[in-house]
Design a protein around this ligand. Sequence first.
Ligand SMILES: *[C@@H]1O[C@H](CO)[C@@H](O)[C@H](O)[C@H]1NC(C)=O
Ligand SMILES: *[C@@H]1O[C@H](CO)[C@@H](O)[C@H](O)[C@H]1NC(C)=O
Ligand SMILES: *[C@@H]1O[C@H](CO)[C@@H](O)[C@H](O)[C@H]1NC(C)=O
Ligand SMILES: *[C@@H]1O[C@H](CO)[C@@H](O)[C@H](O)[C@H]1NC(C)=O
Ligand SMILES: *[C@@H]1O[C@H](CO)[C@@H](O)[C@H](O)[C@H]1NC(C)=O
Ligand SMILES: *[C@@H]1O[C@H](CO)[C@@H](O)[C@H](O)[C@H]1NC(C)=O
Length: 939
Amino acid sequence: MKKATMARLYHPFLCLLVVLGASISFFPIAKATTIAGCSKAESDALLTFKDGVIDPANRLSSWQGQVDCCRWSGVVCQNISNHVHVVELNLENDDYFNYQTALLGQLLNPSLLSLTYLSRLNLTYNDFGGTQIPQFVGSFGSLRYLDLSWTHFGGTIPAQLGNLSTLLYLDLRSYWSYAATNELTTRVDSMEWLKQLASLRYLDMNSVNLSAASHEWLQAVNMLHSLEALRLPNCDLSVVPSSLSFVNLTALEILDLASNFFKSTLPTWLWEFNSLSYLDLESNEFYGRVPAAIGNMTSLDTLILGGNNLDGGTISPSITNLIHLNTFDFSYNNMSGGVPDWLMHMTNLTHLDLSFCSLNGPFPVEIGSLSNLAYLDLSSNSLQGSVSELHLANLTALETLYLSNNSLSISINEEWNAMQLKHIGLSSCNLGPHFPRWLQRQRLIVSLDLSNASIEEALPDWFWSSWPALGALDISHNKISGSLPESLEGMEELQIIMASSNMLQGGVPNLPSWMRILDLSNNELSGSLPTTSTAEYLSFLLLANNQINGSMPSYFCNMIHLYYLDLSNNQIQGEIPPCLNSSMLFFVRLSNNNLSGWIPSFAVCQDLIYLNLNNNSLSGELPPSLQNCSSLTVLDLGENKLSGNIPIWIGVSLQVLAILRLHSNTLSGSIPPQLAQLSNLHIVDLSNNQLSGLIPSSFGNFSAMVSISKYISVPNSIVIRSFPRFILQPTVSIALSAKGQELGYSTSTLDLVKSIDLSSNDLTGKIPQELGALVALQTLNLSRNKLQDRIPDMFAGIRYLETLDLSFNNLSGAIPESLSRLSMLNHLNLSYNNLSGRIPSSNQLQTLDDPYIYAGNAYLCGPPVSNNCSATAVVDREAMDYGSELAFVYVGCLVGFLVGLSGVFIPLCRKSWRYYYYEIIDKFYHSVRVAKRRFPSCN
Ligand SMILES: *[C@@H]1O[C@H](CO)[C@@H](O)[C@H](O)[C@H]1NC(C)=O
Ligand SMILES: *[C@@H]1O[C@H](CO)[C@@H](O)[C@H](O)[C@H]1NC(C)=O
Ligand SMILES: *[C@@H]1O[C@H](CO)[C@@H](O)[C@H](O)[C@H]1NC(C)=O
Ligand SMILES: *[C@@H]1O[C@H](CO)[C@@H](O)[C@H](O)[C@H]1NC(C)=O
Ligand SMILES: *[C@@H]1O[C@H](CO)[C@@H](O)[C@H](O)[C@H]1NC(C)=O
Ligand SMILES: *[C@@H]1O[C@H](CO)[C@@H](O)[C@H](O)[C@H]1NC(C)=O
């Protein structure tokens, strides 16, 4: 304390000293450094470390050479054999949802090796910027606790970590990349090094890719005799030996192997870990029985087996021996039959999750014997009948009740309040037609899901005043009428309102500053957006499909946490505010409005994956700032007034782009061949512009169109972390071919579409033969250009082609024979060219018997056209030089080319489902972080 006071006291003089120069260096300040404290060597080592670190929030401001380093923030010293030494560096980013307070740069500096007594190093939630953990980290001779969790290190974890023989605690939890690759960013080459950590008690390698060690991981960890906690979730592990000759891990209390790819029966060695209190095998592919041996794991308090293919019908009743069990999660397995009887004996259970278990029968009255239950989830089963207050009477401790997605009718007396629920999920139950009055007496509700619950009534006035703690509300998919209150200022906890697909009228309410998510899509809202807003933390704003008019107010500029914005299908006009500067932008859809002016430039957009401004009146060129949006997966700027060239940088910078739509603009110039570098591109639609020149032959290189097993990677669910039952499902519906007609491609059906549309331009030259390499292509539309020469004989390769339109060109010669081999083809148009000769025949082509397909080609013959081949001289028109272009005859009727949805030959089974976790910590949090987790799943 004394030292600190002195340092502070002398501090002004130190400044003075610098100003006045060295002439007064005899000033007694020198004493401050002679006071016993950390050695100069250690102090210097720390200052060298500080020099290598970027510290935007100035967290290391107390690290000043004149002050004893033991007083610096995060530094802990200890008196060891008469000397003071630095023993701990606790540099964790406490404000761990805030990127701005993270330390960056060289977080592991070799200078730290001078701290020979360092026993704890904590860097959690700082940012290595994707760099590798350096090898010298193995040289910290005294390290006992090493915490590098969530530090965004990358690459291979160095085997030198195995030299840390004194280590008790190792935490290497990692992030995983969510863009196109869906891959873990850190990995090990082998787990041999782990065996050397003989003292290790705690090991967490969450989301480190251990697949290279899949065959040795269990043998490696089985060497760690002292291990008490082993956490290896989401590690790409797939091999699990079913037996183990010798189980060494007798001290193990925590075992977490969730979210791997284990596909086997439950291994027998599991049951020998009889000190285990926590077992989590969630989201693997374990199948078969849950054997009687489970009854021997009497220390278990938590058993999580959800998300496997286990047979719940065979769970041994010996499970009731687990008298300490309070948490049992068997969700997403198969139980079939009714809620099992043995369950009613597990009266110590506080948390029971049997959702998605194919349970049928009634909601059992016997559940009342589980009177300690605080959490009950039976949602997404086939339970039937009704639930009344009698069923719930005994569950007085219940706080969470999830019964969504059953065929249950909930009829509870309006006076009933035997318990006070906090979380209620009754989606798709039958609750209506009136708003259930009993909810009014549930004064502690925090989250309430009444979506799709047959409610057909105007919002009652008690609705906005009954639940002071309400944080999240979902009433979507009912027939609720009336309007929202003008202001929500009274509900100070309410962060999430989901009310889409109702009949709500009136205007968009003024949003209070704590609002985070508002979804009022598919209602009858009108008027303009509120003129002012204090909702600067708003992250999700979905108002699609209403009749909102007016312009986008400038407060969008203040929403620096805006993540998801969907105002599509309204009548919004004016300019897009030139300052959508939220660094979190992820999904922006403003399509089908009357927006004009330029596309704004995006200062920070590295997380933006979806940008749809289709069908507005936007003008100008594509802003070069879009180059920064390196995660863009869907870019749809079609049906605007954009001009200029298609920039080369699209092919260079937007490396994960899967859908590119620039159709119906006034873009000119030639098509840059660089587009073909987009190895993830599934849909390219440049139709209806003024593009000229050749079709680049590089278009045969689109690798996503070569392989049928590549799918578009757009997140299909966004899970709100603090309210995990509130899931947003981005819809990526887009229109293909038929202008203005959205074909309702949901995220999953869109996965299957592979299409090239260059129609209605001024393209010239030949159709490049190279397109024949696009094996998986389903739609090729090159109609209404000035393409010449023969149709290349390339169709043997494009064997999944369903739609082919080459109409209104100058193509000549015979129809290539290979066309008749397209067994999937169901829409064909070759009309208005100069084609000649016999129309090839095959089973498939015979089904396409509309003569219009071949109209305007006077020299074609054979069925289905009326020209008889023997009567007409069969001439190859190409041999004759007509020298002049035929005038194009545009017929008024457009042939509708519906893109086939029949591409079911592509396996829909995916390696993993991606969930995006959107974090909300509390309403006053200044920053949010989007974390990602995946659940392997494949049905
Ligand atoms: C360290 O401990 C020794 C004896 O245990 C004591 O004499 C010495 O003053 C201590 N040093 C400091 C700086 O506290
Ligand atoms: C590191 O700091 C975090 C945050 O304070 C804490 O939860 C964690 O336990 C610490 N790790 C170690 C090894 O001390
Ligand atoms: C058990 O652990 C000890 C050290 O902790 C190790 O020496 C021994 O080889 C291990 N046994 C097996 C069978 O892995
Ligand atoms: C349970 O443990 C006992 C004693 O350790 C053992 O004899 C028995 O075989 C075990 N039961 C099963 C089913 O493994
Ligand atoms: C509930 O727990 C208590 C104490 O842990 C135990 O004595 C009792 O047997 C348990 N009851 C059941 C039914 O498991
Ligand atoms: C209600 O709980 C009590 C014990 O807390 C139990 O004796 C009774 O059987 C339970 N009633 C029902 C209907 O399960």
